[in-house]
Design a protein around this ligand. Sequence first.
Ligand code: 13P
Length: 248
Amino acid sequence: MRAKLIVGNWKMNGSRATNVTLLKDIVAGLDGARAGCAVCVPAPFLQQCEEVLAGTPVAWGAQDVSIHAFGAYTGEVCAQMLAEFGCRYVIVGHSERRAYHREDSALVAQKALAVLAAGMTPIVCVGETLEEREAGATAQAVGAQLDAVLEALDTAAVARIVVAYEPVWAIGTGMNATPAMAQDVHAQLRAQLKARNADAAEVVPILYGGSMKPENAKDLLAQPDIDGGLIGGAALKAEDFLAIIRAA
Ligand code: 13P
C-alpha cells in the first residue's frame, strides 16, 4: 500500500510572522496522523521552515527551480541551493507557471531532472484546461505532459518522482473534480508510469489538487489511485490542512 501524502502549496503567500504560527499549529495538530505531509513555501521562507520544522514529521520544499546549476541567471534559484535548506520536495510544472511564465513540458522535464540530480523529489504537476476538458482532450493533454517528463528520466528515476494531477479549472475556483473524474485521470497516469517502469508505478504517489478541502478530501482520497493531495488555499489554515491530513 502506498502511504498517503498531503502537500501544502502556499503559492505566493505567507510572512515571517504568520508562518511561525501556521507551521507550529500544523506540527502540534498532527498527533499521530498516518499520512506524510509537507509544505512547499516561497523560497525566502525556506530557512524559517528549516528552523521550525527540522526534527518534526513535516517536510518542506519549494515551488519552482531553475534548470541551471549556478551562474548568471538573475532571479533564479538552483536546485543545489534548495537542497542546502533541507528541501525534500520541489514542485515543477505547476499550471500557474505553465500559464503565467510560459513553461512548456520540455522545460518542466529539465526542471524535474535538476531536482533529482540534487537528491530531492520533484512533484510533477499535470492538468487540463477547461477548454481541453470540454473538447474531450483531457487524456491527451495530461498524457503528453507526463510523457514529456517520463521520457527524460532513466527508468530507475521514475520511482523517485511524485505526480500531481491538478485540473486547471479546479484550481482556486472551489470547483473540484468529482472523485470519479479524478480517479479516471489518475488511473491513466498510473498506466503511463507502468508502461515506463512497472515497479515504480506501484510506489509513485499520484496526488490530486484543485479545491481539495476538508469537506471533499475523504471521498477523493478514498479512490484507489488517489494517493494524496496538493493543497492550495486550504493549506494556509492549520485547521483545514490538518483536517485533510486526518482524512487521508
Ligand atoms: P487550490 O487548493 O487553492 O485550488 O489550489 C490547488 C493548487 O494549485 C495546488 O498546487
